[in-house]
Ligand binder design. Structure first.
Ligand code: FES
Length: 167
């Protein structure tokens, strides 16, 4: 008899180990897949969200435009409503984020009658110029963010938030 022969006991061990491993993989794969699923999802980059704001009704006076989109946070989906301050500068449509760069309150156009033609944050009297540039000497240390802007069928489309390009 050769020393290389597999005994009945070894054969049984190899077979059970193989079948057991196969079954364990079959049970674990769906669990692993579920755990990392959000990371496997492809995200549409540069997606624009339609607003109800008509492009030809945008003037040089900022107006607040609300828009809603579906937010996916891991396995949780929810509708989120955000806003932008939108105005026209010549042929260019500008959309600024209303989120104050100090502590995140919402800024309002001409919210302080003592400082017309500026955005005002009532939380700590932060002020911004029309371009979103923070006024020196007030709490915000940076300019308001911008939204990417596009047009579809005469309506304003808003894209992702980007650092202010106007200041
Ligand atoms: S949060 Fe706007 S000034 Fe403080």
């Amino acid at each position: 008899m050769s020393n290389n022969r597999v005994s009945r006991r070894q054969f049984l061990n190899y077979t059970l180990t193989g079948v057991g491993g196969f079954m364990a993989a079959g049970m674990l794969m769906p669990m692993v897949r579920f755990a990392i699923d959000p990371a496997l999802q492809t995200k549409a980059e540069g997606q624009f969200i339609q607003t109800s704001q008509k492009i030809d009704e945008i003037t040089d006076v900022p107006v607040k435009v609300d828009f809603t989109f579906e937010q996916v946070d891991a396995w949780y989906k929810s509708d989120v409503t955000e806003a932008a301050w939108v105005y026209r500068d010549g042929d260019t449509v500008i959309a600024l984020s209303p989120v104050c760069k100090h502590l995140g309150c919402t800024v309002n156009w001409e919210g302080d009658s003592a400082h017309p033609n500026q955005f005002f944050c009532a939380c700590h009297a932060g002020r911004y110029e029309k371009s979103g540039k923070n006024v020196a000497g007030t709490p915000p240390l940076g300019p308001l963010d911008e939204y990417e802007v596009s047009e579809k069928d005469g309506f304003l489309m808003l894209g992702k938030k980007i650092p202010n390009t106007l200041v």
